[in-house]
Design a protein around this ligand. Structure first.
Ligand code: HEM
Length: 125
């Protein structure tokens, strides 16, 4: 191999990821977070409908700031995953594949997920 053809050393910390890349990683992270949360959410649902004491137990738990924060992250995860998932399904059908549209739709997904997560969080948590 000649010196000009040597593989480049890629420093991942120095690569500036474009917005569609950030949306993509966040889509994967949000999917994994929701998957990991299933047992906890299922257990909370089981306890909250069990009896009055269970309902009060979960209500008290919901006063905890860490639980509130975790729920907010889960709400964002679902919304980001939903919006980004719809974006990917459209791209699969060749809708919005060109670079400017892909960048714009990534920004829309990012903003829509954050704004709707904040609104849902304020209303529900
Ligand atoms: C809300 C409606 C949802 C939509 C529209 C949706 C859409 C999608 C799409 C299109 C993909 C494939 C992305 C790709 O091509 O790389 C995907 C991947 C995935 N989804 Fe969903 N999804 C939804 C809900 C969920 C839920 C509720 C969970 C978890 C409980 C979940 C977990 C995952 C995981 C783990 C992946 C793989 C991520 C990766 O490998 O990058 N999804 N989703």
């Amino acid at each position: 191999m000649q010196s000009g053809q040597r593989p480049k050393y890629l420093n991942l910390m120095q690569i500036r990821l474009p917005l569609p890349g950030i949306v993509s990683i966040a889509h994967r992270i949000s999917g994994v977070l929701m998957f990991l949360a299933i047992p906890f959410i299922a257990y909370m649902l089981h306890v909250v409908v069990r009896d009055e004491a269970g309902f009060l137990e979960i209500r008290t738990l919901m006063d905890n700031i860490i639980i509130k924060l975790a729920l907010f992250v889960l709400i964002w995860s679902l919304l980001h995953h939903l919006f980004a998932g719809i974006r990917y399904l459209l791209i699969d059908f060749d809708v919005g594949v060109d670079k400017p549209t892909a960048r714009a739709s990534a920004a829309v997904v990012m903003a829509a997920a954050i704004v709707s997560a904040v609104i849902t969080g304020v209303l529900l948590i």
